[in-house]
Each structure stands twice: as C-alpha cells, then as structure tokens.
Design a protein around this ligand. Structure first.
Ligand SMILES: [Zn+2]
Length: 435
C-alpha cells in the first residue's frame, strides 16, 4: 500500500472505493507531535482533531480524495501568543488548501499550457477535475519563473483599469517577456526600479517625459531609444492626416484605369474589382431572389449590385460639417431619403451615429435594406492600403538605428505616388471626380 500511495509525512490506513471512478484514501500524519508555527517549539499534547478532505493525483484513472486526520496541539510555551495550533503537512498540503501541492502543480501546468477553459476539459478526462476559475486562481498564485537580469528593456503605459488607472509595463526586449508591471507611471517609481536593477544597459521608451526623467535618474549610463512601435504609430498618424487633408485634391485626379481618357463622371459605373465580378457571376448562376435574413454580413449579391458611394459632401451639396447624431439624422432625412428607392441597400460603417434607431427607421420606411460593414473593414479604407505600402517598404529597408529609421520613413512615405493614392481611393469606391 505504502509503495502504491506515497504521501510525504503521512501513512495510508486504508483505501475505499466510493464510486465507479473515485477512491478515498484514509491517511494519518506520521509524527507523534508537531512544531508550533509561531514559536517553533515542539508539542505532543493533543487538544483535538478534525478531518480534511483534499483532492490528490489520480490513481489508475480514479479520482482520488484523501481523508486526513489532522490533530490540534497545545502550545506549552508561556510566551507564545498561540494557545493551540493545528499540525501542518508542508510537503503535502498548504494550510486550508483543498488539493495537495502535487495535484495543484499538475493542474497548474495543464492550465499554463492550454489555458483555463481547455485545461478544465483536459483535466476532466485525466481524472483531475477543476473548474476554469480554479485553474485561473492556481495560475495567479503560482510563483513566477526566475528571471535573469535584463540588458535591454522597453517601458510603456499599461492599463490596469482602462481609461482610469495606468501602471508601467517593463519588458525584456531580448527575451521578449514581461519583467514587471509597476503600479504607476511616475518618475519616482521607475527611478527606484532602475536603481534596483543596475544590469539595464538600454531603455526603449515612448516620448513620455516621466519615463525620460526616470531613465536619466535611475540609469544615467543607459542610452534611451525611441520605441519603433511608437515611431511607426506616429508615422501612421501623419500619413492619415496627410491623406485626410489631400482627399479633396486626390478626388480630382484622373483615374489610373482611364489614363488618357476623359475624367469619369460622378455616377458612371467604375471598373469592378475581381471579387465583385466573381460575385456577380455567382449571383447570376444561382438566381437567388433578394430576401430578408442574415443582414450582418455583406452578401455577394449585394456587392454585385450597382454600388453608388455617397459621402456627406454629396448629400449636403459640397458643404462639410462635423457629424453628430442630429446632423446625421437630418442628412439621411433630407439628403438620402429623396433618392432612395425600394430594395436599395444602404451600407454604412460602424460609427455610433450610424447606429441610431431613428436612422434605421427612416431607411426602412423607404423599403430599403440597411447593412453595416464588419466592425473592422480595412478593405474599404484607403488609409489601410497606403499604410500597407509604407510598412512593406519600411520592412524591406530594415532600419535598425534612429537615424536610419527616420531616413527609411522619409523614403517609404516618398514612395507613395499620387497615382497610388488615386487607385486606393478608387478601389475603396471613392470615385475620381472631374475638377
Ligand atoms: Zn507557540
């Protein structure tokens, strides 16, 4: 029996089968006494005893529960604040734990490998059942693996409670792992951390002055470098602003597809994309009549219809305003409804003013259908195409220093030609317009 069930610090009295797949092991601690956890003085004066029922590792595909008889002893040390104490089984069980240490280790390992939900399903079949919440708790309690000193670190904001409480996350940029999350973003906290970690040789950061001061104070010898992600983010924002400002001018460029021809008229049909042509063929073959139903996706037959993109300036005679809910509703009522016919399909993106019930009612009152784009629709955003080209160019240039990166950014942005921009706008169904 002892050879089969080795329980550190305990001996097995007997084994009971309590169900078709469950075993109960009745066990007793081996020692005749125990040490008081406060004063460490041994005692063998038994006060009382009680039973604990922790789960243990499975045996022969059976779920195993222990029934441990735990004794409570008197502490005979007059100076000790404790009068009695329960004996501890440090190798087998944590105080008040409902599973043995070795079971917790096995369950935690499964959860770390496959995640809490999948881990719970896996452990059920391995006779070590645990709920996903329990597995999450075990993972949170597990000690972190030891980490060697980091040489190159990155520091950035980290949302502990998004929009409210922010800390600072420190990442080992060579090992690609998180080292620490500081409770706030202040200079003093980061300075103190850096002083405790003299191994740091390089600090990558955003342009926060707090982090700059902290790095200068806490690691004065470490060069501070701009985080590439932030440089790319800033580059993207610049490209967006440039494109937004250039939109009107780009719309007056001749279309790439009609070089030499007269500029296309506003509502003339423009060349269809391959996807649209394919969708039209499929639609013709299937002859599916339009029907209500799944409206959450953009069906192929809708893509195959004549597509007339309307912008705010189309509906307001060229005047542009910032959009708010009231303006948008007026726009739909006065600009869109007069030209809307039954069975037309109105496709909108997902900004909140588009989702007003009043807008939906107005559109449906004309017996038209309303579809929303998927929440992320890069295929209909010319900025995404532009950014893709800039990013691909930058990746090819492979800049690794600040200067080289600035130069690469300049070169990548310069590689965006006006024809490219016009083609992206046309591809996203913003047609070129005559000047
Ligand atoms: Zn004591």
């Amino acid at each position: 029996m002892e050879a089969l069930y080795s329980l550190p610090g305990c001996r097995v009295e007997h084994v009971e089968r309590t169900g078709s797949a469950t075993l109960l092991l009745v066990v007793r601690p081996e020692g005749i006494g125990a040490r008081c956890p406060s004063c460490q003085i041994p005692s063998n004066a038994v006060h009382s005893s009680y039973v604990r029922h922790p789960a243990d590792l499975p045996t022969a595909e059976h779920v195993v529960k222990l029934q441990v008889q735990v004794r409570r002893f008197f502490c005979r040390n007059a100076r000790c604040p404790r009068r009695t104490f329960a004996e501890r089984l440090p190798q087998l069980l944590s105080p008040r734990a409902r599973r043995t240490r070795r079971l917790a280790t096995a369950q935690c390992a499964a959860a770390v490998t496959v995640g809490a939900e999948a881990g719970a399903r896996l452990l059920e079949s391995l006779a070590m059942p645990a709920s996903p919440d329990t597995l999450l708790r075990l993972m949170r309690r597990a000690p972190l693996p030891p980490h060697r000193g980091a040489r190159v670190i990155g520091v950035d904001d980290w949302a502990l409670h998004k929009g409210r409480t922010y800390g600072a996350i420190l990442v080992d940029l060579e090992a690609h792992c998180v080292i620490h999350v500081l409770p706030d973003r202040s200079t003093s906290t980061l300075t103190a951390w850096l002083r405790r970690h003299p191994d740091v040789e390089v600090i990558a950061r955003d342009r926060s002055t707090e982090y700059a001061h902290a790095a200068a104070l806490g690691a004065p010898g470490a060069p501070q470098v701009a985080d590439r992600w932030h440089l790319l983010l800033n580059g993207r924002q610049m490209a967006e602003r440039w494109l937004a400002g250039a939109h009107a001018r780009l719309r007056s460029l001749p279309s790439d597809m009609h070089v030499g021809a007269s500029p296309a008229r506003r509502h003339a049909s423009f060349p269809r994309t391959h996807a649209e042509v394919r969708a039209r063929h499929e639609s013709r073959e299937q002859h599916h009549p339009p029907s209500q139903g799944a409206e959450d996706a953009l069906p192929a037959r809708v893509q195959a219809r004549k597509f007339t993109p309307l912008t705010v300036s189309d509906l307001t005679g060229g005047q542009l305003h910032a959009t708010n809910s009231e303006r948008f509703e007026t726009l739909v009522r006065e600009g869109l409804l007069p030209i809307l016919k039954p069975h037309d399909v109105v496709v909108m993106d997902n900004i909140s003013v588009h989702h007003r019930p009043a807008v939906e009612q107005l559109i449906r009152s004309r017996k038209a259908r309303l579809l929303f784009l998927p929440s992320y629709s890069p295929e209909l955003n010319p900025i995404e195409s532009c950014w893709l080209k800039v990013k691909t160019r930058m990746r090819a240039l492979g800049a690794r220093t600040h200067l080289a990166l600035c130069e690469a950014m300049r070169e990548a942005l310069a590689s965006v030609r006006p024809q490219d921009a016009a083609a992206w706008f046309a591809h996203c169904s913003y047609p070129p317009q005559p000047p």
